[in-house]
Design a protein around this ligand. Sequence first.
Ligand code: HSE
Length: 414
Amino acid sequence: MVQVAVMGYGVVGSGVVEVMSEHRDSINKRTKEEMGIKYILDIRDFPDSPFQDKFTKNFEDILNDDEVKVVAEVMGGVHPAYEFTKQCLEKGKSVVTSNKELVATKGAELLKIAKQNNANYLFEASVGGGIPIIRPLSQCLAANEVIEIAGILNGTTNFILTKMIREKMSFADALAMAQQLGYAERNPAADVEGHDAGRKISILASLAYGKHVYPEYVHTQGITEITLEDVAYAASWGGVIKLIGQVKRLEDQTLDITVEPMFVEKNSQLANVDDVFNGIMVRGDSTGDVVFYGKGAGKLPTASAVVADIMDCAKHLKRRKYLEWADGDGSIVKPYAETTYPVYIRVACEDKQAAFQKAQELFANVSALVRANAGGNELAFVTDEMTVARQEKAVQALEEAGYQVLSKIRISDL
Ligand code: HSE
C-alpha cells in the first residue's frame, strides 16, 4: 500500500482527491500498487466533505507517519510550503507539486535535498497545468540542444486578452470572469502582472539550460496596460497581442529571457492559442519546433498532472528520476537593455505628420499603423529591430519633444 498525503484542499487539492478517488481502480492497476490518501492537510474545516476522516490541521501527522511515502504539496505560495516540502524530502518522502512559485524560487535546493535523500521532487503541474511539458523537456527532448522556448503560459491572461480581442470586453470584466471560473491565482496580480508566467519560464529555462534561472533574472511585464486601441493596432499590423514567456539562447551563449505582451503574427501557432489554453513551443536543434497545447489552468487538468506525478513517485519509490539543475547566479542572462527587437509605439499628438517625422528622426526607420476611428490625435508605428537601451533613449527624446508615449509593445519573431 502506498499512502499519500495531500497538503492544501483548494482548487487543485480537491481536484487531486477527486481524481484519485474516481480513478482509483485504473490508478492502482497502472501503478501496480494499492494507492490511498491517508491525510488531507488544511487549516479550514470542510464539514460537508465525504473525506472527513482524512483531514488534519497538523503537518506533523504527515511528517511523522512512515506509511506516507508520497506527499502532494498543492498549497501554493512559498511559506510554509517550502518548509513542509523540505522536511518531507529530508525524511525520504517524495513530494509532487503544482506550486510554480516554490519551484521557481527554491527548485535547485529542493531537487538537491531530494537527491541526497533518494527521494523525488516532481512538478509536472507547475507549468502548463494539464499539458505535459516538464517530462517531455527533461526526457523526450533530452537529446536536443534547446534553442528557444516560447509560450503562452498563463491561462488567466490569455482568457482576458481573448475576451478583449474577440468581444471588446473590458479588462476588469474579463478578469472577474476568469476568477469565477477558477483560473486565476489567489492574488490575481500574479497573473495580470506577469509573475505567474515569469515563474513558469524560469522553471522551463532552468530545466532546459541546467542552471537555476531565478524569477528576478526574468524581465517581467504584465497586461494591465494593454488597451483596446493597442488590440486594434495589432490587428491592423496583422496579428494579436499575447502575453509570451520566451527564452532563447543567443550566439554568445547568454539567454534572452522575458515575459511581456508581444505582437504575434496571426499565422503563428501561438496566435491561435485562445481562451484559457496554453501553448508552448520548444525549438530543438534536432527536432525543430515541437508545440504543446492544452488547458493550462483549472481544477481537473492541473490535478491530472499532479496525480500522474504521484503515480510516478509510487512506481519509483527509492529510485531517482532524472530531474535536476544546478544553482545559478544570473550571469547566464543577457541584461534586458542589451536585447534587441522591433517595437510598436503609440503616442499622443496634435499633428500626426510632425509626430511621424519626429519618430523617423529618432527611430531611423518606422512604419505607421492605422485603425478605424483613430482620430487625428494619436500616432502608432513600428520600428526596425534595435536594442532596448536605444528604444528607451528614443522614447525619452519623444517625451521631451512633447509626445506622450501611450504604449510600447514588443514585436515578436514567433
Ligand atoms: N493562474 C494560473 C493561470 C493557474 O491562469 O495560468 C495555472 O498555473
